[in-house]
Design a protein around this ligand. Sequence first.
Ligand code: ZN
Length: 191
Amino acid sequence: MPIRIFIDQGHNPSGFNAGAEGFGLREQDITYQVGMYLANILNDDPRFEARTSRTTPEQVLGYSNTTSLAERVRLANSWPANYFISIHCNANDNPAINGTECYVFQNYTQSYYLAERILPAIVNRVGTRNNGVRINPSLYVLRRTNMPAVLVELAYITNYEDAQKLGSRQYDFAYGIYQGLLDYFGFSVLG
Ligand SMILES: [Zn+2]
């Protein structure tokens, strides 16, 4: 049985639950494409099976902010997925703030150990700053999923250097997450 990975591309294309913006980029477009790259990479590897929360760039999930998040969790729980990865871009009023972070519900769980593999793999691949694995028990998609769940903040869309990477290295962000998964499971790269 392949390991089932549910990929949640954070946010909707517009309206409620839309994402952050910076330097002419929209978070929801980046998360959509990184999620699609990651799903394709995983589905090309027989050890994994991947699904995404949004299957087209125009697709809107839910009918409010809360139900948009609930629909993502429902899709993962009803599959059921073995692991849940939510992809986001960070934003800050201070344009100097930069780097990659992973959020999990609590310390010393499978979610935490997976995040500890994904984070350095992205940083090595893309060259962002490692801001560490952080605990956030209030994030809905981490709280309500029935399987280990990691929320990845790829980089800051409000920082110039990070935004360049978010705009031009979407495949590498996806491949970094894949490398983190391989590392977590002790799998080698397919030859
Ligand atoms: Zn977000």
